[in-house]
Design a protein around this ligand. Structure first.
Ligand code: NDP
Length: 241
């Protein structure tokens, strides 16, 4: 909805990804002036449309709209972003159909590189509903010893230096430096930020962090591509269901 330039880039990427894997996609680019009732009516129409397996509402919405009410309207069975409270709640009990794309992508990365989670000190920096909180639950389900940090955390560096697996999702460019990382840690950088030169950077300062880490994800080309891949996976799962 509206003119958010980042949203336009993300939506274009999702449409491209769908094309690549053979999923038909439909875009509804609504003007900024769209009312809450109109948007909800569209979501309800797509909920009821049997030719649609999955749907998502690209966030953020313009200020006059109530994001929560819109997300709550999406059918949980078609909620391929896994933002609906029913799907979020299922993560807590470890019984889910879809996982939110970014944390699920991080788990796939860890598995792909055979990184053992059980018993490891896992530190997640950030507690948003779409990344930090679900990420923490997924690491806990896999028997990590999980610490969640946020903007009120005291002595952050002392905690991050304990991490065998460090996941950072705070939205602050190159905030986590090499001296905040334990030797040999696995570092997953979720952040996507523009620095003063307009370059895309993560939440981790890659140059200093890679000297300490045993594994580290780059930005771009790390978690972002996994997020996109999981959206496709969730959509296929929704269609199979
Ligand atoms: P939010 O802004 O919703 O949450 C940020 C979190 O970081 C909050 O919990 C906040 O704490 C915490 N935080 C902020 N500053 C600090 C600090 N100095 N020390 C410790 N914690 C801090 O962000 P999102 O979770 O939505 O996104 C985080 C980053 O990940 C962004 O850069 C975003 O662009 C990126 N992102 C990337 C995706 C991908 O596909 N790669 C997908 C989604 C997001 P508090 O709760 O106390 O305010």
């Amino acid at each position: 909805m509206g003119e958010d330039p980042a949203s336009k880039v993300y939506v274009a990427g999702k449409i491209r990804d769908c094309g690549e894997v053979g999923i038909e996609s439909r875009e509804f680019a609504l003007p900024e002036s769209t009312t809450q009732e109109e948007l909800i009516a569209l979501v309800q129409k797509l909920n009821a449309d049997d030719t649609v397996s999955g749907l998502l509402v690209q966030l953020p919405l313009p200020k006059h709209l109530d994001e929560k009410a819109v997300i709550d309207t999406i059918s949980p069975d078609k909620d391929v972003d896994a933002f609906h409270p029913a799907n979020v709640g299922k993560i807590m009990i470890g019984d889910y159909d879809f996982l939110p794309c970014t944390p699920a992508g991080v788990m796939e990365l860890l598995d792909e590189y055979n990184i053992d989670i059980a018993g490891k000190e896992c530190v997640v920096v950030g507690r948003s509903n779409i990344v930090g909180k679900p990420q923490s639950m997924l690491l806990l389900q896999r028997h990590g010893t999980v610490t969640i940090c946020h903007s009120k955390t005291k002595d952050l560096a002392e905690i991050t230096r304990r991490a065998d697996i460090l996941v950072v999702a705070i939205g602050r460019g190159e905030f986590i430096k090499g001296d905040m990382i334990k030797e040999g840690a696995v570092v997953i950088d979720v952040g996507m930020n523009r620095n003063a030169e307009g370059k895309l950077v993560g939440d981790v300062e890659f140059a200093s962090a890679e000297k300490k880490a045993s594994y580290i994800t780059p930005v771009p080309g790390g978690v972002g591509v996994m997020t996109r891949a999981i959206l496709m996976k969730n959509t296929i799962r929704a269609a199979q269901k």
